[in-house]
Design a protein around this ligand. Structure first.
Ligand SMILES: Cc1cc2nc3c(=O)[nH]c(=O)nc-3n(C[C@H](O)[C@H](O)[C@H](O)COP(=O)(O)O)c2cc1C
Length: 212
């Protein structure tokens, strides 16, 4: 099927894009408002964009409805300039999903999900204590595009539990971390446990020799 994005409803474009740009990592973002009230919500329109300098990007749609009301995460980041990306792993899947519930403003999502926080090293916003890895970020820019915002965050600190670091690189022991990916908007996710395929890069020298 061919879909002309000018002619199909926004919901169709959403359904198609989030099903095709997949699997996606999930950022469970903690942020704070001006009064220090903590917020947590998952975002899968998320990736790192460059490493020098280290920058991540997050796409946040406005709250549903006619009015241009940003989600709490986007509003907090614009107003206080800091956030933490908590890496979502298999053991945090259910809790992550609870954090996506549209609770009234005075309800603490982390509390509802049974999660707690611990201080970050480089930003005021705490990370989630149960998360095995986290990126501490400061807002580089927020770009408003139609009903969405693209947030560029400069990574100022990286936390990884020691057990998930291979000191040789150092590398992340991805096979042990069990990160989760989002597949579509129907609640489908992928686990990465026992799912690894290792494919080293081929140098041109080896290519010419026919070594693959
Ligand atoms: C796995 C998952 C990924 C999500 N990714 C996004 C996303 O990339 N962008 C977005 O605007 N909403 C996304 N959502 C929905 C938000 O998490 C949800 O709207 C949340 O209530 C926003 O909370 P906030 O207003 O506290 O920021 C996602 C939800 C789930 C469950």
């Amino acid at each position: 099927m061919d879909f002309n994005v000018e002619k199909v409803p926004a919901r169709t474009i959403y359904n198609l894009l989030i099903g095709l740009v997949a699997p996606r990592p999930i950022a469970l973002i903690t942020s704070m408002n001006e009064d220090g009230r903590l917020n947590a919500a998952p975002f899968s329109a998320y990736n790192y964009l460059c490493t020098d300098p280290p920058v991540v990007g997050i796409g946040v749609m406005n709250k549903p409805g006619e009015h241009f009301v940003p989600k709490d995460t986007a509003r907090n980041i614009r107003r206080t300039g800091q956030f933490v990306v908590n890496v979502v792993t298999e053991d945090l899947l259910q809790q992550m999903n609870v954090c996506a519930t549209d609770f009234p403003e005075d309800v603490d999502e982390l509390d509802m999900a049974g999660l707690t926080t611990t201080p970050s090293t480089n930003v005021k916003v705490p990370r989630i204590a149960q998360a095995h890895a986290a990126l501490e970020c400061v807002e580089h820019a927020t770009i408003e595009i139609g009903r969405s915002r693209i947030i560029l965050g400069r990574v100022v600190g990286i936390y990884v539990e020691d057990q998930f670091i291979d000191p040789a690189g150092p590398y992340v022991k991805s096979e042990d971390l069990h990160a989760i990916g989002r597949m579509n908007g129907l609640g489908s996710y992928v686990k990465t446990r026992d799912a690894f395929v290792t494919l080293p890069r081929i140098s041109y020298e080896d290519w010419k020799k026919g070594t693959r």
